[in-house]
Structures are given as structure tokens and as C-alpha cells.
Design a protein around this ligand. Structure first.
Ligand code: ZN
Ligand code: ZN
Length: 190
């Protein structure tokens, strides 16, 4: 288990992911249209892969630290009931996604991981590809993201349950202890 350095593109927001590795979180690629819309909303399509996929590493909130530039943290939702999507106001670097303050899960987007670090080496293999029907082109074999990836869903659910039972939802740099976002998300309908 090791730590990874986090930074936005311009370097004003900095942080760290703690105890990462193949067992420290869940690496996945999401092709969904909302993740694509989020990147477009920020004019950061460079975050998407060739098929419109967003690479995410899911961790518990206590594994995420923001050490510098907290005042630049922004959040938005693409619909009233959508995920809360976090980014840096300074340079529109996507930080990650959360469901709510009650669910101890943060999907950190690769754009916030400092780029000189090797994701494959430090985080292990991608565990699954999801929402392939929204992919922009046909992804290569094994990365189509079709159907329901039950093993991945079970893994995410179990990790969530363990995080809840072991109090890994706090400390949380994105929500206060009452589950309120540190900055109220604005609703942006694309
Ligand atoms: Zn920045
Ligand atoms: Zn998505």
C-alpha cells in the first residue's frame, strides 16, 4: 500500500490519496454520457479516452486528502438528482464524483492524479468498463462495457459496506461531518 500525489493542472489544488493499490480501491472506466457531459461542461474533453471513457479510481473518503487550494474546490450536478461532481475552479480539472455525504465513496478522476505516476503500476488493473452503450466508438474487445458487470458491482457494494461499518466516511474533504457538501453544487443542465 502506498500513497499517490494529487494535483490540478495548474498546481493550485494539491492533495494525496492514501493506501492505494490493487486492493486499496477500485479502478474502472465509465463511458456514460453524464461523465462525458461533465468533461465537456468544463471544456476538459482531454480527460476522456478515445471512446469517451472516464477513468476513475474509487476510494473511501478517508483515503482522500486535499492539502492546498481548498478554496478552489467547486461542485456541480448535471440534474437535480445527479451525482455531485467535483472540480477545481482555477483550471477546471475534474477531481471526482460522489453520490452524497451519506455514502462513503469517492470516484477520483485520473485527471487529478499527478501525471508522472504510473496508474497501472500503482493502482493495478482496471476492474471493469461500464455503460459501454454510450461509448463514442466501439471499444476494443474486453473493454466494451456491455451488460451488467456483477463482479464489479459486488466489489463496489462490499467495499462500500465495509467503509460504512468501519467509519471510513470521515474525515472527508468534500463533505462536513453532517454530510453537507463543503461547497453547494450548482445544477447545470447540459
Ligand atoms: Zn488548478
Ligand atoms: Zn459515468
Amino acid at each position: 500500500m502506498q500513497n499517490m500525489e494529487l494535483s490540478c493542472r495548474c498546481g493550485q489544488v494539491k492533495g494525496r490519496m492514501l493506501n492505494v493499490g490493487p486492493q486499496g480501491g477500485t479502478r474502472l472506466v465509465c463511458y456514460c454520457d453524464d461523465c462525458q457531459a461533465f468533461a465537456r461542461q468544463l471544456s476538459r474533453e482531454d480527460v476522456l479516452d478515445a471512446y469517451g471513457g472516464t477513468e476513475i479510481y474509487q476510494i473511501a473518503p478517508c483515503q482522500l486528502q486535499i492539502n492546498e487550494g481548498e478554496a478552489q474546490i467547486r461542485s456541480l450536478k448535471l440534474s437535480d438528482k445527479g451525482l455531485i461532481r467535483w472540480y477545481c475552479g482555477c483550471c477546471n480539472t475534474p477531481i471526482g464524483n460522489t453520490v452524497s455525504g451519506a455514502l462513503p465513496l469517492v470516484g477520483v478522476i485520473h485527471s487529478f492524479i499527478r501525471s508522472e505516476q504510473d496508474l497501472g503500476q500503482q493502482l493495478g488493473p482496471v476492474r471493469g468498463y461500464v455503460h459501454g452503450r454510450y461509448a463514442l466508438l466501439t471499444p476494443p474487445a474486453g473493454k466494451e462495457g456491455r451488460g451488467t458487470p456483477w463482479r464489479l458491482l459486488m466489489r463496489i457494494f462490499l467495499r462500500l459496506l465495509i467503509a460504512k461499518l468501519t467509519g471510513k466516511g470521515q474525515p472527508n474533504p468534500l463533505f462536513d461531518p453532517d454530510g453537507k457538501p463543503v461547497i453547494e453544487p450548482k445544477v447545470v443542465k447540459p
